[in-house]
Design a protein. Structure first.
Length: 208
């Protein structure tokens, strides 16, 4: 959004002014968003929002493929429009605030963990699956995939090709048993496999 250095110092000063030791998207409640929108130094407000959202998207990218891609794309689009002067500073702040709200609202529904929700979001990207299998079946499949993956994810996942192949075969067997996806589109399976790889890498790293 601008040259580094002065902006970075300004943002750090802004964090302290607002009483934020470690900025986190969770502080972006309505009262906080109102504070940002009313700030006199609009370029610093925009910089702060961008950094907070980038941090949260990075955190989501360790668990949720769909959310990471969706929010990264929206953030990049807003920033690019701002850099190309298609948006004023005030307008980009409005877009970033709306994006922050979307991110805050993208939480698992009751009954699903973060990991199950990540699988569920990957599964529902396929329209034929939503139409023919229905949400209850896809929720159950998300739970099954998470459970099986978590039980078998070890450090071997990252170091042995055979362990990786075995785990991917397990995922594909579960999908096939549920006839997912009904339209047999390869990209639907690839998306679920990508989500499985992300979670398995994360679990193997956390529990070597």
């Amino acid at each position: 959004m601008g040259a580094k250095g002065v902006l970075v110092e300004g943002v750090q000063d802004l964090y302290r002014t607002l009483g934020l030791e470690k900025p986190d998207i969770s502080v972006l409640d309505e009262s906080f968003l109102q504070q940002i929108s009313e700030m006199a130094t609009k370029n610093l407000a925009a910089e702060l929002l961008q950094r907070l959202i980038e941090d949260e998207v990075k955190a989501r990218s360790r668990k949720n493929v769909v959310q990471a891609k969706e929010f990264t794309k929206k953030l990049e689009e807003a920033i690019n429009k701002y850099r190309n002067r298609a948006l004023t500073t005030v307008q980009v702040i409005e877009e970033l605030i709306q994006l922050a709200r979307e991110i805050n609202e993208a939480k698992p529904p009751e009954g699903l963990t973060d990991e199950e929700f990540a699988f569920y979001q990957a599964l529902v990207q396929n329209e034929s699956a939503v139409r023919e299998l229905g949400h209850p079946t896809l929720r159950a499949l998300a739970h099954e995939l998470t459970d099986k993956l978590q039980k078998s994810a070890t450090i071997n996942w990252q170091t042995r090709k055979s362990a990786r192949a075995e785990m991917m075969a397990m995922i594909k067997v579960s999908l096939a048993r549920h006839r997912y996806p009904p339209d047999a589109k390869k990209e639907a399976v690839d998306r679920v496999v990508e989500q499985a790889e992300l979670l398995a890498d994360n679990w193997a790293f956390e529990h070597p």
